[in-house]
Design a protein around this ligand. Structure first.
Ligand SMILES: Nc1ncnc2c1ncn2[C@@H]1O[C@H](COP(=O)(O)OP(=O)(O)OP(=O)(O)O)[C@@H](O)[C@H]1O
Length: 269
């Protein structure tokens, strides 16, 4: 919401979602009965150790991951889980995901602007070249980039600038849900803080739900008012960040808490 407060109406609600992956005897369940709601204007943190199922959960939220049981309902009432191809195709642009490595989004041989324009052709059907460029410039402005950045190749931008460009690319679709999967893990601490704060700003300004995935409880705690802790594919704690961290009921939460480095002389850091 524009005033910075989250709208409690869910944009997406997961109910008892089970996911299994692999085939034959290697098939196994990696998400168990996950309940979660994503709210407009809110950055919801999902934290868990490596392999706990965070990315799988993120993919469920954008309709990229098939599920075995449960529902993933949009505010419109459409369910992503048994959703037919036609409905999913219509909903997909409003569900966007940004990944850890922005170089996977932007091929090295194209300017960033060219890649974004190729996406814009699909996401903004009917928009001519000038309208697409204007939309890209708008999105760039929103993430703190300028026109000159559009005309550079990925190697000519910093990691933080390229991650901003990846967020801008996702914003072109005017998403209702943005899944940010370890988007700051490869960045230095100052750039991490800037990107985290940018996600909060765009979520609030656009009344967009952001699912912020990280293995780092410190990063999530600094950026999300509400968090869910995943362990072995189950949400073991879920609630206001402050309370979850203060109580640290689940062993997984305690382990993540203990992994956050403390500065000498500042036990609270
Ligand atoms: N397509 C797949 N085939 C087989 N196993 C898979 C597949 N996708 C995910 N997994 C397994 O599911 C589990 C959850 O994976 P997922 O990537 O969701 O975890 P994660 O918490 O995001 O891990 P990381 O932080 O290391 O990225 C892991 O054990 C992973 O090996």
């Amino acid at each position: 919401m524009a005033d910075g407060a989250a709208d409690p109406t869910p944009v997406l609600t997961l109910e008892a979602v089970d996911v299994s992956v692999g085939t034959g005897r290697g098939r196994r369940r990696v998400l168990h009965e996950v309940d979660l709601d994503l709210r407009a204007g809110e950055v919801l943190g999902v934290v868990g150790r490596s392999g706990s199922g965070k990315s799988t959960l993120g993919r469920v939220c954008v309709g990229l991951q098939g599920t075995e049981n449960g529902h993933a309902r949009l505010a419109s009432g459409d369910d992503l889980v048994p959703m037919g191809r036609r409905v999913l195709r219509a909903a997909r642009p409003t569900l966007q995901m940004v990944f850890q490595d922005p170089y996977s989004t932007f091929p090295s041989f194209r300017t960033v602007g060219r890649t974004i324009d190729l996406n814009a052709r699909r996401l903004l059907p009917g928009a001519d070249r000038h309208a697409r460029r204007a939309a890209a410039l708008d999105a760039f402005g929103e993430v703190g980039l300028v026109e000159d950045h559009l005309d550079r190749r990925p190697a000519e931008l910093s990691g933080g600038q390229l991650q901003r460009a990846a967020i801008a690319r996702a914003l072109l679709a005017r998403p209702r849900v943005l899944v940010a999967d370890e988007v700051v893990s490869a960045l230095d601490l100052t750039t991490q803080a800037a990107i985290v704060s940018l996600l909060g700003e765009v979520s609030s300004a656009r009344s967009m739900a952001v699912l912020f995935i990280s293995h780092d409880l410190g990063v999530v705690a600094s950026s999300c008012e509400r968090i869910a802790v995943l362990d072995d594919g189950r949400i073991v704690e879920h609630g206001a960040t402050r309370s979850v961290i203060a109580a640290r009921r689940a062993p997984a939460t305690r382990a993540l808490f203990d992994a956050v480095p403390r500065l000498p002389g500042n036990p609270e850091a």
